[in-house]
Design a protein around this ligand. Structure first.
Ligand code: NAD
Length: 496
């Protein structure tokens, strides 16, 4: 069985802890790799490599850092298909989707190439006679990223591109379910000319995460994953004095008003509900049909479902691949059972799709209608190809449903009424809003993050807030006086 190990100080190293976990090809159900789980000693080694690399890296000129970012960007672009192939093999997403993931990751690197401009400070001349004040932003030191299974290339790039461009050194702990892409990224960083120790990868589970959280040398932790773990990471990390941004789970609503174009709304709901088998934190999970739009909308969505081609990610015909593990597939399918038992109507049951019988972790596209907020299929994040439809009478009811939900990652509204859309944008308690756009993932020069249980911390991820997160401000007050004017003055500094 091929092993997936760590990358420490510019070298691939095998794990020594004796603990490993299985990595599957979700489309065949076969185990393809064994991933090493780091113990405390190995984590400490990676952090030490990053600590040693920090002084020289932070002293590296902005132009040189930008040059490496540009080279890394070019290499990622050239090797896009190779990275995508690893994603498809270990995550299961279809190749076109995997390429799309890498492309969005590349855009985060493109943003980071602008680091000389992004780190410009402020300068105020003559704040008092002969005194100037200026602000600068400096890197934090060794920072860590802990990432989920669903975007094994893009989410690490959300973090490491900005962190490294800002002058930090980085330790990545990828998901143990599909860890392969992290090592391809490591090789590309090296080929781009990044000095050894600036980017490190440690594979592992809770043991690795807990060591990262308690290690005094780690200054900041970026996390993306489920809400309970995000909360744990935030609470534990901040208790230890670290800066933490922890992005959690989601339950994304798509509100469809009676004036919406039904075909367009149905296309959007199907694309955003089943793309990547629903394993996106920005996937539409609940369609909220307002007024009398429900029947027509459910009909339009249902008509589209038999046409979706579910199959192996490597098959160019496939539009939707398998789920990440058999356990997760079965958990997702269980919401069809509980939804029906709790009074919802199962319009399409993905367990009846022949793919369900395959050895791979497949579930066919599934649709549940007449879902209410008390049902488990509404209350839980399903994270699979099960789309719910809830029906409400008015816009106010729809808004209340979204705002009462504990999560607040993404939301979309479909309407032809600009005034209502604007009011929605004003009222809704969600971090990322789409107006006739079902998956409103911000471009790399804005920042990504939800509200409520979808994000713990003050800074959203990547973009300008990423730069903020990975640097700390320093303000310098300076004068170059004539020594002859010097005198003792115990008064408070004056500006006038
Ligand atoms: P997860 O929370 O199970 O795992 C995320 C990371 O935490 C992994 O690296 C894992 O090894 C580690 N981890 C797991 N259990 C841990 C524990 N008990 N202690 C310490 N570390 C632990 O999430 P996942 O299943 O890999 O990813 C899916 C989840 O991520 C979904 O909830 C999804 O909504 C969320 N997600 C959110 C965003 C966002 O931007 N808000 C983006 C992508 C995914």
């Amino acid at each position: 069985m091929e092993r997936i190990g760590h990358y420490i100080g510019g070298k691939h190293v095998s794990g020594e802890s004796g603990r490993t976990g299985p990595v599957y090809d979700p489309s065949t159900g076969q185990q393809t790799h064994e991933v090493d789980f780091a113990d405390v000693v190995e984590i400490d080694r990676a952090i030490e490599a990053a600590r040693e690399a920090f002084p020289a890296w932070r002293a590296t000129s902005l132009s040189k850092r930008a040059e490496i970012m540009f080279r890394f960007r070019e290499l990622l672009d050239v090797h896009k298909a190779e990275v995508a192939a690893v994603l498809t093999a270990q995550h299961g997403k279809v190749l076109s989707d995997a390429i799309g993931e890498v492309q969005r990751g590349i855009e985060n690197v493109e943003f980071a190439t602008a680091v000389p401009t992004l780190l410009k400070g402020g300068f105020s001349e003559q704040v008092s006679t002969g005194h100037d004040v200026y602000s600068i932003r400096q890197p934090l030191g060794v920072v860590a990223g802990i990432t989920p299974f669903n975007f094994p290339a893009m989410v690490p790039l959300w973090m490491c591109a900005n962190a490294i461009a800002c002058g930090n050194t980085f330790v990545l702990k990828p998901s143990e379910k599909d860890p392969g892409a992290s090592l391809v990224l490591a090789d590309l960083w090296k080929d781009a000319g990044l000095p050894d120790g600036v980017f490190n990868v440690v594979q592992g589970d809770k043991v690795a995460v807990d060591r990262i959280l308690e290690h005094p040398e780690i200054r900041a932790v970026s996390f993306v994953g489920s809400t309970p773990i995000a909360k744990y990471i935030y609470e534990t990390g901040t208790r230890g004095g670290k800066r933490v941004q922890a992005l959690g789970g989601a339950k994304n609503h798509m509100v469809v008003l009676p004036d919406a174009d039904i075909d367009m709304a149905a296309d959007a709901a199907v694309s955003a509900g089943y793309g990547s088998a629903g394993e996106r934190c920005m996937a539409v999970s609940v369609v909220v049909a307002v007024g009398d739009v429900g029947d027509e909308l459910v009909q339009a969505i249902s008509e589209r479902l038999p046409k979706i081609r579910v199959g192996e990610g490597t098959d160019p015909e496939s539009e939707m691949g398998p789920l990440i593990t058999r356990e997760h597939r079965d958990r997702v399918a269980s919401y069809l059972e509980s939804g029906a038992a709790q009074g919802a109507t199962v319009v399409r049951d993905g367990r009846e799709d022949p793919v369900f019988e395959h050895d791979g972790f497949f579930l066919g596209v599934s649709l549940i209608d007449h879902v209410t907020t008390q049902m488990d299929c509404y209350r839980d994040e399903i994270f699979g190809p099960v789309l719910s439809v809830a029906r409400v009478d008015t816009y106010e009811d729809a808004l209340r449903m979204v705002n009462d939900n504990p999560w607040g990652n993404g939301v979309a509204i479909f309407t032809r009424d600009g005034g209502v859309a604007r009011q929605f944008q004003f009222d809704v308690n969600v971090g990322m809003v789409g107006i006739n756009v079902p998956i409103p993932v911000p471009v790399s020069y804005y920042s990504f993050g939800g509200w409520k249980a979808s994000l713990f911390g003050d800074n959203h991820m990547y973009g300008p807030e990423g730069i903020q997160f990975y640097t700390r401000g320093k303000v310098v007050t300076s004068r170059w006086p004539d020594p002859a004017t010097s005198k003792v003055d115990l008064g408070f500094p004056r500006t006038r």
